[in-house]
Write a protein that binds this ligand. Sequence first.
Ligand SMILES: Nc1ncnc2c1ncn2[C@@H]1O[C@H](COP(=O)(O)OP(=O)(O)O)[C@@H](O)[C@H]1O
Ligand SMILES: [Mg+2]
Length: 588
Amino acid sequence: MSEQGKLDFKVFKRLIVFVKSYKRILWFSLLCTIALSILSPVRPMVIGNMVNKYIVADQNSNALFNWTMILLAMLAMEGVLQFLNSYFSNLLAQSVIRDIRKRLFEHISAFRMKYFDKTPIGNLVTRLVSDIEAISEVFSSGLIDILGDILALVAVLVLMTVTNWKLSLLTLIPIPLLLIATKIFAKAMRNSFQQERLQVTRLNTFVQEHITGMSIVQLFNRERQEQQTFEGINNDHKQAQINAVWAFSIFFPVVEILSSLSIALMLVWGAFQFMGENQTNGAQMYQDIFQFTLWVNMLFRPIRQLADKFNILQRGVVRAERVFEVLDMQEDVQTAGKEQAVDFNQDIQFKSIFFAYQDENWVLKDINLTINRGTTVAFVGATGAGKTSIVNLLGRFYEYQRGEVYVGDTDLKNIELNHLRKNIAIVLQDVFLFSDTVLNNITLGDPDITREQVIAASKAVGAHEFISKLPNGYDYEVGERGGVLSVGQRQLLAFIRAYVYNPHILILDEATSSVDNESEELIQLATEKLTKGRTSIVIAHRLSTIQNADTIVVMEKGQIVEKGNHTHLIEIDGYYKRLYDIQFAEKK
Ligand SMILES: Nc1ncnc2c1ncn2[C@@H]1O[C@H](COP(=O)(O)OP(=O)(O)O)[C@@H](O)[C@H]1O
Ligand SMILES: [Mg+2]
């Protein structure tokens, strides 16, 4: 999709709908614009009149003083109007994009995980931040300004013609040249702006990815090569910026020359008038020249800017189209059930479940399993066996294609999503922490959870000691993705999260896998605390952590191959026994 070409009115209309709630602000802004575009062209008339009557004709300093005061008042009023106009148009723009951003974020929040699997995060960030920023310009400096410029142009032209149509024609001679120049440069500038934006994006992406992945860059000694790549991108960026400046620095002098040409033509005309027989009307001629000099400037500036502003408008509409594309994506929105009063303290049943992330590449095949309420079920199996996928289905992050899941007698698909997720807590191997305090990372901003509850929970889980030792205790600011905290510590924070939420169903997905020895014991204890008397699903690499589970489910290539408790599985001497022997041998 290119940012050039015609304005898409369909998208534009859709954008305008968002203004509806802010009609008052829009009208006010329009009013200021209209007043301004009439007031400004009148000012040269006042000045011309002063020149004619009180300087050239008869020198009346009293009247001159009064008119100067009037002129000052006009200027002050223009200033106030300009301020109000810019304030209200920006207020309008920011209000509109706040609404769009809110809608978009809500919409994205409802997407299924499948959508995020296939959409780069950077893409969504661009939609939410910079695309919407460009939309704001449609309202702050596009639409209303264009209207104002056109009004001002018309006003100036009318006043010029009424005052002296011959002189008007003379001063308008360079206008076709200006139009041609604008057309040429608008294209050049648009190209160089596009280049510039492209290079900025490249630079951003490179810097972001390489700072995030700096440990890998250093680990593999890639610093030199990466620096070279960076230098290349950095140079391209510089070149793009310089090119943009080039276009500008030629265009503006050209405009200046053309407007000077207008004034020059006018002066030549004035000189001829003097030589001619019209000398009686000298004062009138001074007045005209004065007025026209000021008007010419008012004429050239808006014409020069119109192309630019139209670009801004167009760009905003193109970006809006991309945002609307995401908003229109309905297929990815979760089909929400309605049941809100399901008791989760019941057995959970998987009945002939088939599931694939894509097409018919079954990741889970014919899964039949009952998880009795209050018991702990452990899943073991090789990486890729489908353990996490089962959990994903239970939380309805993905939809299964065949079979049914029941909570008691209620079909999982009929349960309202919020209600479902309120009752399930999942602790993953890689704990995501937001750049916020420890406390807020535990409560996730839920105001119903008090600090006391959090402290009690962390004592229960056995994490209070380490949190207290952090620089600000519970108010310690965690860096992005957890920064300085160890894997084990982050894991413990996730356990506290789960503990304070007190869910009916607890899922630990390899939560104990990559933890250091020191934390392992703590986490082992925390796990026992958390799973006690609660329906729990524990996925673990270390068999030692799950030996006491009520049921152990062994998975292989998307199927359940063995089921039973530890003693039973050892007895039948199958997959589980082999896994157990391997790990037991490793320990020795
Ligand atoms: N988001 C996804 N999109 C496509 N395929 C996936 C996705 N997540 C997992 N898979 C595939 O599904 C299979 C099962 O994965 P998973 O349930 O994560 O296994 P486990 O948790 O037992 O290691 C693997 O072959 C994996 O590559
Ligand atoms: Mg997994």
